[in-house]
Ligand binder design. Structure first.
Ligand code: G
Ligand code: G
Ligand code: MN
Ligand code: NA
Length: 249
C-alpha cells in the first residue's frame, strides 16, 4: 500500500498528474466540459488509483498539497483551453476547501490566468459534505458569490436530508454511477435516477449522470431530461493532448 513518505516523495518528484474525462450534453452529443481526475505514476508500482491514495492523503494532511497541485495543473490546462467552450470540473475534499481558503485562492488563480469563474466546477462528494454541512455553508456561499459552480458528486450514496439539500448553494448534481450502470437491468436504480433528476430540477440544479456504459442507458437518461453525462460509452479519461485532438479541435 502507498505510504505517507512515499506520497511526499512522489509529490516532490512530480509523479502526480491529471487525466480528463469529457462530459457530454445528451441532447446534442456535444462535449461541454471535462472532469479532471488525479493519477499517481509510481516509479516501481506503476499507476496508482486515487481510491488508494486519497484516503491516506486526507488522514496525513497531504491532501492540501495534493489539492494545490491539482488546482495548478487543472487551471493551467484550462488557460490553454481558454478559447474552448468547455467547463472544467475539479474534485476536492471538503476540508481543503476550508484549509486553503478556496474562494480567495481560486479567485486569485483564475484572475491571473484570465479564466472565467463560470467555467470552473468544484465537485464535493455528498458523503463528505453532508457530514458537516454547517461548517461548509459560509465558504460554499462565498464560492458561489464569486460565480464558481458547485456540484454534489456521487449523489445517492450519502444521506442528504431534504432540509440540507434546500440550504446548500449547489447548482449541479451528479448521479452516482452505481445507479447509472444498473439502470437498464434494475428498476430500483431507474427510480433513484428519475427521482434525482426531478429533485435536482426542482431545486434549480442541472444534472450530470456518471458511468454511462451503453447507448440504451444514454437514451433512457436523455428521455428522462437529464442534461449531461459522462461514461465509458462516450469517452474514457485521457491525457489533455488526446482530449484536445479527439474532442476539442
Ligand atoms: O477516475 P476515477 O477512478 O479516477 O476516480 C476515483 C475517485 O477518486 C473518484 O471518486 C474521484 O472523485 C476521486 N478523485 C479523482 N481525482 C481527485 C482529486 O484530484 N482530488 C480528490 N480529492 N479526489 C479525486
Ligand atoms: O469523482 P468520481 O467519483 O465521480 O470519479 C469518477 C470515476 O468514475 C473515475 O474513476 C472515472 O474513471 C470513473 N468512470 C467514469 N465513467 C465510467 C464508466 O462509464 N464506467 C466505469 N466503470 N467507471 C467510470
Ligand atoms: Mn467526480
Ligand atoms: Na462520482
Amino acid at each position: 500500500a502507498p505510504t505517507e513518505s512515499g506520497m511526499r516523495r512522489g509529490i516532490a518528484n512530480h509523479e502526480f498528474f491529471l487525466v480528463y474525462q469529457p462530459q457530454f450534453e445528451l441532447a446534442t452529443g456535444k462535449v461541454i466540459g471535462v472532469e479532471a481526475l488525479l493519477r499517481w505514476q509510481h516509479p516501481t508500482r506503476g499507476l496508482i488509483h486515487p481510491s488508494l491514495f486519497i484516503p491516506l492523503a486526507e488522514k496525513s494532511g497531504l491532501i492540501n498539497q495534493l489539492t494545490e497541485l491539482v488546482l495548478e495543473q487543472a487551471l493551467g490546462q484550462m488557460a490553454k483551453w481558454r478559447d474552448k467552450d468547455i467547463t472544467m470540473s475539479i474534485n476536492v475534499s471538503p476540508t481543503t476547501v476550508v484549509d486553503l481558503d478556496m474562494p480567495e485562492k481560486l479567485d486569485a488563480m483564475t484572475a491571473a490566468l484570465e479564466i472565467a469563474p463560470e467555467k470552473i466546477v468544484i465537485e464535493l462528494t455528498e458523503t463528505a459534505l453532508m457530514e458537516n454541512v454547517s461548517l461548509y455553508m459560509d465558504i460554499l456561499t462565498r464560492l458561489r458569490m464569486k460565480r464558481f459552480n458547485l456540484s454534489i458528486d456521487d449523489f445517492g450514496t450519502g444521506y442528504s436530508s431534504m432540509q440540507q439539500l434546500v440550504r446548500v448553494p449547489f447548482n449541479e448534481l451528479k448521479i452516482d454511477q452505481s445507479f447509472v450502470r444498473q439502470l437498464i437491468k434494475d428498476e430500483e436504480c431507474r427510480a433513484v435516477a428519475q427521482m434525482s433528476v426531478s429533485l435536482a430540477h426542482g431545486l434549480n440544479m442541472q444534472v450530470v449522470a456518471e458511468g454511462i456504459e451503453d447507448q440504451e442507458t444514454f437514451d433512457w437518461l436523455k428521455e428522462l431530461g437529464c442534461e449531461f453525462g459522462q461514461g465509458f460509452h462516450m469517452a474514457r479519461p485521457a491525457p489533455a493532448h488526446e482530449i484536445e485532438e479527439l474532442y476539442l479541435s
